[in-house]
Write a protein that binds this ligand. Structure first.
Ligand code: CA
Length: 514
């Protein structure tokens, strides 16, 4: 009798029960700032995102979702492996290459009977592994008429990249093998630089003058040399392509006519007015917001189409949908675009999750979570054991609104890529609900570091992170505690004392050809 029960249990846990396992959809965008999502309520009210907001209303909005290393490739490698860069080996976008032989959550789901697919931006140099189907952009990809690689073969697509990825993703859902549960990673290029919006959204903001962030004209006083030395300001680093003073690549002559109808007269007015100094920064900031938010609108439409497809296919109830970006982004804060820094706008990413019947609808979760946790979350949702090398934790209890009492109170952050592009000084840090303690350093060939300095930010006293309290005697106790916590985290996460030289991008070696 016992044998019979065991057999029965094994049969139920096997492929026969696969139809009961939840489907998993990860909508992963590139450089989507939480400030540009309606549900996060930025004071500037930059854009309406009714479809992404639906995930917040029907699911959980994570208010402090952090990334371990705030750039594209490293964040993607972390999502797949559930590990920090120093464990999965993908440190930077300059010369890292993803080792596809390592354990990833799609591989574990595939082994457990899931049908797996990735569509859109991949950006990990090596070919995807652990997917039954992959259809990806080469490298950064192109906004208009993007070439892609489908299961190893080159294909040329017509249309706007977000729409192409959206259509390929929903078509894959409709044509899936219905005998299996599925994992779909639908990964948008948008709203990554050069933030080229679809033609249908040109003029979407009716030439709005956008409210400025408090730190658009940050003078970088009160902090070390790193914030002054960077190369990512709207003032100095913005290109002709960023400003749409030249058209984006891949656009057809027909499309260019529509593009010119919008940008042409406005660019002409700009050339005649010749704004300079702060007026030039303001002009660029408004152009940037028009373009970036136009991209976001298309991403939101793609989310709408995806949710409708899940509804139409009768899949909504049994599907965990997570919306997340690979990191945050500066929308003019500190005078910047781009990411990389431990400062809030880049270290924090939007994250929303809907799972009817499991995730508590309308819940806003304040605990520190991360893209590091996604691998273990998806495996937990599928009832598949995580790999012991994974370094995050399942978010399933938090989705239910019941964070474990011992949930993390601090988070380790590390950024490496230097000096190109954007010359952001490497740093590592501990982040808590209130504080950030960071060490900034440039490694030298002899193993020493220069410059080497520490900063402490207090988001309660200084929400825009415009000064360091590290040398303030009143913070001596806080600094001591946080330094101890940082060391504890580095030990727990097995961070080596000295990083391999290739971690630092082009600092010690020229970028590799890809
Ligand atoms: Ca990115």
């Amino acid at each position: 009798m016992r044998t019979l029960l065991t057999l029965l249990a094994a049969a139920l846990a096997g492929p026969a029960a696969a139809a009961d396992k939840p489907n998993i959809v990860l909508v992963f965008t590139d450089d989507h700032a939480y400030q540009a999502i309606g549900a996060y309520g930025d004071r500037r009210k930059l854009v309406d995102t009714p479809n992404i907001d639906r995930l917040a209303a029907e699911g959980v909005r994570f208010d402090r979702a952090l990334v371990p290393n705030s750039i594209c490739g490293p964040s993607r490698a972390t999502v797949l492996t559930g590990q920090y860069s120093h464990r999965n080996g993908f440190y930077n976008n300059t010369n890292s290459r993803f080792d596809g032989g390592q354990v990833t959550f799609p591989k574990l789901l595939q082994k457990a009977g899931y049908q797996t697919a990735v569509v859109g931006k991949w950006h990990l140099v090596s070919e995807p592994t652990g997917f039954d189907h992959w259809h990806i952009l080469p490298g950064q990809g192109r906004y208009y008429n993007p070439p892609m690689t489908k299961d190893g073969k080159q294909v040329q697509h017509q249309g706007y990249v977000t729409d192409v990825i959206s259509d390929l993703s929903t078509d894959w859902i409709k044509n899936r093998d219905k005998s299996k549960p599925f994992l779909l990673m639908t990964q948008h290029k948008a709203p990554h630089r050069e933030w080229a919006p679809p033609l249908r959204h040109l003029g979407h903001d009716k030439d709005r003058k956008y409210p400025e962030p408090e730190t658009l004209f940050d003078d970088y006083a009160g902090r070390g040399p790193g914030v002054r030395d960077q190369d990512m300001t709207i003032e100095k680093t913005f290109t002709q392509l960023d400003a749409k003073l030249v058209p984006p690549p891949g656009i057809t002559p027909e499309e260019l006519k529509q593009w010119d109808a919008y940008y042409g007269p406005r660019n002409q007015a700009f050339r005649e007015a010749k704004p300079a100094g702060k007026d030039l920064v303001r002009w660029r900031y408004n152009r940037y917001m028009h373009d970036y938010l136009g991209c976001v609108k298309a991403v939101d439409e793609a989310v709408g189409k995806l949710l409708k497809t899940l509804d139409d296919e009768g899949l909504a109830k049994n599907t965990l949908v997570v919306y997340c970006s690979d990191q945050g982004f500066y929308l003019g804060e500190h005078g910047w675009f781009d990411k990389r820094w431990v400062f809030e706008e880049s270290v924090r990413t939007p994250m929303l999750a809907r799972w009817p019947g499991v995730a508590k609808a309308g819940h806003a979760e304040k605990n520190l979570v991360s893209v590091l946790d996604l691998a273990q979350t998806f495996l937990d949702a599928a009832g598949v054991p995580a790999d012991p090398g994974m370094q995050g934790a399942s978010l399933v209890p938090l989705l239910k609104g019941a964070a474990p009492a011992d949930w993390r109170k601090s988070f380790y952050y590390a950024y490496y890529e230097y000096p190109s592009p954007h010359r952001v000084i490497p740093h590592y840090a501990v982040v808590t609900d209130r504080y950030k303690l960071a060490r900034f350093y440039v490694p030298k060939a002899d193993g020493k570091a220069d410059p080497d300095y520490w900063e402490l930010y207090d988001r309660e006293k200084d929400p825009h992170e415009t000064k360091s309290f590290y040398a303030d005697p009143g913070y001596a106790g806080t600094v001591k505690e946080l330094r101890a916590e940082l060391e504890r985290l580095r030990k727990e996460l097995k961070v080596p004392d000295e990083m391999p030289k290739e971690a630092f991008g082009s600092l010690f070696a020229p970028p590799k050809k890809k």
